[in-house]
Design a protein around this ligand. Structure first.
Ligand SMILES: [Zn+2]
Length: 66
């Protein structure tokens, strides 16, 4: 897997990666309502991250495709 072509170094977030536990930077690839599609800059894993805005019943990670 390589860095997603949508990855923009100007759009990054500092969150812990659930795969390699490296804390950021995560590349923000896309977003939908209260979810953000992020990719770890360290291991390149991608997943939907729930920002927790608005809803609190969603699991933190709905699914991932890595
Ligand atoms: Zn990672």
């Amino acid at each position: 897997m390589t860095l997603d072509p949508q990855a923009d170094i100007g759009r990054r977030a500092w969150l812990p990666c659930p795969n390699c536990y490296h804390t950021g930077p995560l590349y923000l690839l896309d977003f939908d309502i209260n979810l953000v599609w992020v990719q770890c800059g360290n291991c390149l894993r991608r997943w939907w991250h729930d920002t927790g805005v608005g809803h609190r019943k969603h699991p933190e990670y709905l699914f991932d495709v890595a």
